[in-house]
Design a protein around this ligand. Structure first.
Ligand SMILES: Cc1cc2nc3c(=O)[nH]c(=O)nc-3n(C[C@H](O)[C@H](O)[C@H](O)COP(=O)(O)OP(=O)(O)OC[C@H]3O[C@@H](n4cnc5c(N)ncnc54)[C@H](O)[C@@H]3O)c2cc1C
Length: 312
């Protein structure tokens, strides 16, 4: 008998999914080194692109830029730079976008953004963009970027209604967005219902599920409350008692996210965006379960002997 359960039988899913990985820009030398270790481990999985976030309140403009450009130059991956509307005039945002274009970066993730923690609700800059759809249109006027945008399977907390949020996603597509990447979710049914509603709303661009492997369950509960993602009771039960047991938690987390991806695959989804939180191991394990192999591992480690672009 096959020792693997049917759901992990590679032959049932002969076409391996496309993947992309999201990172955040480091703020200390130690975090820099951890980021590059993670990148070095994940780069050989040949992601479609890797993206780098833009800190809440627009706080990481320079660090995001440096990280994106280093990823492109050192690893030869296709990076995507996140860019938000927060705290900047349109002219400043356009200058940032032009710098990316001049540096050879062709993919942006255009977001409204969230204010820095404790800064209250989002309020547009007096000379800025007030929503992601307008930002997409503005960026497209700068250059013909490939643009990804956020999609919210459980409705964005500021939306007037689920329908209004879907219409907003359609506006982002009409402004020139090429794909929607979803906020993380844990219930596969939530994504499937959202996918149907998105199609009914006239959105035809690809919808890529955002997968958050759980490294720290308490932190995930906090993130979820902030962005409106629900945490099913079954997930609470699965992680119950593991707060102080990182080793078991990791194994459980890989299984949970792997099953989530497999169920999505069985519904025809064949592209995933992983919120890595700058850690490689869970994402790498899940990708392995999905049949993705690190074919070019040696090439990458040869290019990066110490796993750090600055060599420190
Ligand atoms: C894949 C992904 C990556 C992310 N990366 C970052 C990041 O790097 N940095 C960061 O700060 N945040 C990031 N976020 C979080 C994101 O900035 C927040 O979710 C933010 O609150 C909303 O962003 P948005 O682009 O969806 O906004 P929008 O599409 O502008 O929507 C925001 C809200 O306004 C409503 N709205 C917009 N236009 C209208 C209109 N004309 N009429 C009525 N209602 C309207 C929408 O329905 C929604 O409720 C990311 C989210 C995702 C899913």
């Amino acid at each position: 008998m096959n020792p693997l359960s049917t759901s992990w039988d590679q032959q049932a899913f002969p076409v391996h999914p496309a993947v992309s990985f999201e990172f955040f820009p480091p703020s200390t030398p130690d975090m820099q080194s951890k980021l590059w270790q993670a990148l070095t481990r994940l780069a050989p999985l040949a992601p479609r692109f890797v993206s780098v976030t833009y800190g809440a309140g627009g706080s990481t403009r320079e660090r995001t830029h440096e990280t994106v450009v280093a990823i492109e130059r050192q690893l030869g991956l296709r990076p995507a730079a996140h860019l938000t509307c927060v705290g900047a005039a349109k002219t400043e945002i356009e200058t940032v976008a032009r710098r990316y274009w001049q540096a050879g970066i062709r993919h942006l993730v255009a977001l409204r953004g969230d204010p820095a923690e404790g800064a209250g609700r989002f309020a547009p800059h007096p000379h800025g963009y007030s929503c992601a759809a307008d930002l997409v249109a503005g960026l497209k006027r700068v250059a013909d970027f490939e643009i990804s945008v956020a999609a919210h399977p459980e409705t964005h907390p500021d939306a007037l209604s689920p329908q209004a949020d879907l219409e907003n996603l359609k506006r982002k597509q009409d402004a020139g967005a090429a794909r929607g990447i979803t906020q993380f979710f844990f219930d596969v049914e939530v994504f499937l219902r959202f996918r149907d509603a998105v199609v009914r709303a006239g959105v035809s661009m690809p919808l890529v599920p955002g997968i958050l492997p759980v490294t720290n369950f308490q932190q995930v509960q906090k993130f979820s409350a902030r962005c409106g993602a629900s945490v099913p009771a079954s997930l609470v039960r699965v992680f119950d008692g593991l707060d102080a047991d990182a080793e078991t938690r990791k194994l459980v987390a890989a299984h949970v996210a792997g099953e989530q991806c497999r169920r999505l695959q069985s519904e025809g989804v064949n592209e995933f965006h992983f919120y890595t939180l700058n850690r490689a191991e869970l994402t790498r394990a899940i990708c392995h379960l999905l049949g993705i192999r690190a074919a070019a591992a040696q090439t990458i480690s040869a290019a990066l002997p110490d796993g750090n672009p600055a060599g420190d």
